[in-house]
Design a protein around this ligand. Structure first.
Ligand code: ZN
Length: 194
């Protein structure tokens, strides 16, 4: 099954997704949905996917940052972004319960706004409470890139996209990102585009 990734302009990306109830969590439907979302995320490829992005207004997201995605990224960039592998997991009804640390500015993209990127400020560290796919209550404290992924996906569950938070003048096609901005620090890009 090939899932369609819904693009900005689709109302499903602008509504607050509803929570899953105890009866749904662990059901065959949700277990299969998580598998389909994992496949769609890996196909894209992406590091996170929220149910509204496949047209379902449900509080469910999957996240995974595979070691193979990191192997072509420089050590400096990995360090600056605090990016490390994150193993696959599903999050049900997630809530950010704490945001800490200095705001980080990095380019990010979205599978629902394909072909573009912009600099988006995000909290350096967040604590998130959620239910795993079996309904077990979990708390995760994440920093760096993982914290950014969590904020991005949880935004989707609340009808928010990165375009609502970006520095608007930094919005770029991926082609122009690779041509003009990729090799510069975000600090320089923000200064140049002020
Ligand atoms: Zn997105």
């Amino acid at each position: 099954m090939k899932l369609k990734l819904h693009q900005l302009g689709d109302p499903v990306l602008r509504q607050v997704a509803r929570e899953l109830n105890a009866g749904e969590i662990g059901s065959d439907f949700i277990r299969q949905l998580i598998e389909h979302m994992k496949e769609a995320m890996r196909d894209a490829p992406g590091v996170g996917l929220a149910a509204p992005q496949i047209g379902l207004p449900l509080q469910l997201a999957v996240i995974e940052d595979r070691p193979e995605y990191l192997k072509d990224v420089s050590k400096e960039e990995l360090r600056a972004k605090g990016r490390k592998p994150v193993s696959f997991h599903a999050m049900i009804n997630p809530r950010i319960v704490r945001s800490e640390g200095e705001t980080q500015e990095f380019f990010e993209g979205c599978l629902s706004f394909a072909g573009y990127a912009a600099i988006v400020p995000r909290a350096h560290k967040v604590t998130v409470e959620y239910l795993d796919e079996t309904g077990k209550r979990k708390t995760v404290s994440a920093e760096g890139w993982y914290a950014r992924i969590l904020q991005h996906e949880i935004d989707h569950l609340n009808g928010t996209a990165y375009v609502d938070r970006m520095h608007t003048r930094t919005l770029t096609t991926m082609e122009n990102f690779n041509r003009n901005w990729k090799s510069r620090s975000e600090e320089d890009v923000l200064r140049m585009l002020k």
